[in-house]
Every structure is written in structure tokens, then in C-alpha cells.
Write a protein that binds this ligand. Structure first.
Ligand SMILES: Cc1cc2nc3c(=O)[nH]c(=O)nc-3n(C[C@H](O)[C@H](O)[C@H](O)COP(=O)(O)OP(=O)(O)OC[C@H]3O[C@@H](n4cnc5c(N)ncnc54)[C@H](O)[C@@H]3O)c2cc1C
Length: 400
């Protein structure tokens, strides 16, 4: 029998998150409205976030960690809550159902703990992983380079082994949280011959501390949503002790894949939460706004857009729920996570476009959160593998 009942412990987590968002996060959003409504107000001249806004984000992150939410997807032995993927789907949906405010840091993203870091040995877990779960440190995942985005077989960053350490040289770009991370997870070619022959082997993941000589944050990348989050990282002759290898030498991509699969499901879950938020805003507006003597929700064109949105949202939810359940059974979800990421982000993008249309002129004005979600939705179709890369993965599973 297939049972779609949401388990009581997951319902409890969602109720707790809702209460935290309403009682603690929303008042802060009111207090710091100036930063949330105007992206220019939150950025300094170099594109980084103003310190006050950054400290509010840190406060929300730490408070969420104190309540046990921030790193709850991690296992209890590193301070997490051991919440299942199905549980995380509902939790992420709940958090993003709140919109795009300070809630974005309530559950950890690429700046926080990921299962990839379970590869750390015990002293590293104590020094880096547990503080990450507690929200006291942040990290970043540094894979992309100017000439290697989708094409991860073209990395130029190199780490050469010299006795008991490696010498790291290279550059990364578009790295989320690079400017603030206490340490970076950096992917570098350690065996150029194997890398050239196999493409996936010969790359090693390293833990690189921010204060390592030769570690430099480059320019901040300005994006469509100007959240001051992405930046370049430059490594010049950084000396990395061999203990800082994450997982096995030469197997960095396999380590990375453990992160990307979950990252794709997370982004799909954000999309479902945001889509739910948009649908509710649209229905409210369609009932409220009148044109030619009646609410616009009575017009067939508007009703059609809303009906399509509701059906697509339902489809994305079910896909994601099934992929999450499958992952909880220990099964591979490489294809399903690509399908869910591609479908859910495109569903959100279509819905955000309709939301702008339904709100008319107000849809593109900064007074409402709609236009920002529209811009954010566009970005989600690029990160963690573009639409085309997801479709390539799906096509491969069809044995084309
Ligand atoms: C907001 C943001 C945050 C990011 N955060 C991080 C991060 O924290 N860490 C990190 O390492 N990276 C990060 N990235 C980088 C991101 O992963 C890459 O931008 C993404 O993988 C695409 O790579 P690219 O930009 O080089 O585009 P390209 O790979 O150059 O792609 C250009 C176009 O070609 C298409 N294309 C490429 N190859 C194929 C193919 N085989 N078949 C069909 N079409 C193809 C792409 O789909 C795309 O349409 C971030 C990017 C953004 C925008």
C-alpha cells in the first residue's frame, strides 16, 4: 500500500519552522526591510554585503542552528538531526513557502554542512564540521572555473604533491559564499595524466583554510539578484597539508557527486516552496484586483494561468516526494534528481512569469516580492547543473 501521510515528526518540524519564521524571522524582516526591498542598499561598492545585513543573516543562521533546524539533515554524530530526505523536502518547502527574505539561511545551503564533509576524519569533524552544523562557521564549494562550468573535465586548478603536503595553484569563479567562508572545499587536478584519460578521476577535493598564505578572494561576481554571494577565489602556491584531502586522493569528483545529487533535490524543493508562495499571492490578487467591473480572477485567461500553475506545482511536488523517498531507501536517484531539478525550476520559472503577468504593472515593481522571485527563478535554471546538463543526464538514462 502506498501511504502519503506525512509522518507526525515531520509535521512537528514543519510546525516548529513555521512558528520560528513567523515569530522570530518575520519581525527581523520588518526591521531590516530597507535591505530586503532594495538590493542596492545591501551592497557595498565592491559588490559585497554591508556588514549590518551580513550580521542579521548570521544571527538568523545561528538561531536556527540553536533550535536544531539549520543542520538537521546531518547525522546526529556530528550534531545534526538525522532528518530523512522526505523530511527535508517538507522542511525546505515550508521555509521557502515564506518567500525570499531572511528565511533563505534558515536551512543550510552551499555555505553549510553537506554529507560530502562526512569524509572528514575525527579531528577535522571537531574543528570544522560540528561548528558548521552549529552555524558558527561557513564554507564554500569551489568547483567552477572560468573555463570549466558544465565541462568539469576542463579544470585548470592544479595541486602538486610535495612530500607531506600539496602546492595548490588556480582560480575558481561564481563561488557562493566565497567572500565569507572560513574554509573552502576546493577541487584540483592532482594526476593530470589520469584526468586527461578518464575525465572523472585524478581530481582531489581539499579543505583549504581561509588564512592559508596565497589564498585570496578575487572580485565579487554581480548577478541578476545582486545578493553579494558569489565571488572568485585565487590560489597562489597555497601549501595544503595532506591531512586536508577530503576523501580519497584522485576521487574528488565522486566526493562532489555526493553533494550535487542532494543539492539538486534541495533546489527543486526551494522551487516548490516558492511556487506555492507565488500561487497564493496570485490567487489573493486575482480575487482582489478588479478590471472592467469584476475581479480579474473571473477572466478565463487569468483562471487558465492559475489552473496550469496549480497542476504543475502538484506534479513537481509528487516527483520530488518520490525521488526523496527513493533516496531514503538507499537507492540511486541520479536520474530522478535531474528530472526533479529540471522540472521544478522550470515550473517555478513559468509560474513566476505568470505571477508577474497577473500582477500587471505591480508585478515588475520593487514594492512587491514577485519580480525578485522571477529573477531568482531564472538563476535556478543555471546553478547545480544547467537545464541542458540535467537533460543530458536524463537522456543518458534512456540509453540514447
Ligand atoms: C548564482 C550562481 C551560484 C553558483 N555557485 C557555485 C558554487 O557555489 N560553486 C561552484 O563550483 N559553482 C557555482 N556556480 C557555477 C555554476 O555551477 C555554473 O555556472 C554552471 O554549472 C554552468 O557553467 P557555466 O556558467 O560555465 O556555463 P557553460 O558550461 O559555459 O554553459 C553555457 C551554455 O552551454 C550549455 N552547455 C554546456 N555543455 C553542454 C552540453 N554538453 N550539452 C548541451 N548544452 C551544454 C549550458 O547548458 C549553457 O546553456 C554558480 C553559478 C551561479 C550563477
Amino acid at each position: 500500500m502506498v501511504d502519503f501521510t506525512i509522518p507526525e515528526e515531520i509535521q512537528m518540524i514543519c510546525r516548529g519552522l513555521r512558528s520560528f519564521l513567523e515569530k522570530e524571522v518575520r519581525p527581523l524582516e520588518e526591521q531590516y526591510k530597507r535591505y530586503l526591498e532594495d538590493e542596492r542598499a545591501r551592497l557595498q561598492d565592491d559588490g559585497s554585503l554591508v556588514p549590518e545585513f551580513k550580521s542579521v543573516l548570521n544571527h538568523v543562521r545561528r538561531r536556527s542552528a540553536d533550535l536544531g533546524y539549520y543542520g538537521m539533515h546531518m547525522p546526529p554524530e556530528v550534531g545534526g538531526g538525522g532528518v530523512s530526505r522526505v523530511g527535508m523536502f517538507y522542511a525546505l518547502r515550508e521555509v521557502f513557502h515564506h518567500g525570499l527574505g531572511l528565511n533563505v539561511v534558515v536551512l543550510s545551503g552551499p555555505e553549510g554542512p553537506s554529507p560530502m564533509l562526512l569524509q572528514f576524519n575525527e579531528p577535522q569533524r571537531e574543528k570544522y564540521l560540528r561548528p558548521l552544523v552549529r552555524g558558527e562557521m561557513t564554507t564554500c564549494f569551489a568547483l567552477t572555473e572560468p573555463e570549466a562550468g558544465s565541462d568539469i573535465k576542463n579544470l585548470k586548478t592544479r595541486a602538486e604533491k610535495k612530500g607531506d603536503h600539496y602546492i595548490l595553484n588556480g582560480m575558481k569563479t561564481f563561488i557562493t559564499n566565497a567572500a565569507d567562508a572560513d574554509f573552502a572545499q576546493v577541487f584540483a587536478v592532482t594526476d593530470p595524466k589520469t584526468y586527461k584519460e578518464h575525465g572523472y578521476m585524478g581530481v582531489t577535493a581539499f579543505l583549504v583554510e581561509r588564512d592559508t598564505p596565497g589564498y585570496q578572494v578575487g572580485k565579487i561576481n554581480r548577478s541578476l539578484i545582486d545578493d553579494g554571494s558569489q565571488a572568485e577565489l585565487i590560489f597562489e602556491n597555497c601549501k595544503i597539508p595532506k591531512e586536508n584531502v577530503i576523501g580519497q586522493e584522485g576521487m574528488g569528483f565522486y566526493v562532489a557527486m555526493s553533494w550535487l545529487g542532494i543539492g539538486r533535490l534541495n533546489i527543486a524543493a526551494w522551487s516548490v516552496g516558492l511556487a506555492q508562495y507565488l500561487l497564493e499571492r496570485c490567487v489573493e490578487y486575482a480575487n482582489l484586483r478588479t478590471a472592467f467591473g469584476k475581479p480579474i480572477g473571473k477572466y478565463q485567461h487569468i483562471r487558465g494561468m492559475l489552473a496550469e500553475s496549480a497542476a504543475e506545482l502538484y506534479a513537481a511536488e509528487q516527483m520530488l516526494l518520490h525521488a526523496s523517498w527513493k533516496m531514503d531507501q538507499g537507492e540511486s536517484v541520479v536520474d530522478e534528481s535531474s528530472m526533479a531539478k529540471w522540472y521544478a525550476t522550470n515550473m517555478l520559472y513559468r509560474m513566476a512569469d505568470r505571477a508577474v503577468q497577473i500582477h500587471g504593472g505591480m508585478g515588475v515593481m520593487k514594492e512587491l516580492p514577485i519580480e525578485r522571485i522571477f529573477r531568482f527563478a531564472r538563476i535556478l535554471r543555471i546553478v547545480e547543473g544547467t537545464d541542458e546538463i540535467q537533460k543530458e543526464t536524463i537522456a543518458k538514462s534512456l540509453e540514447l
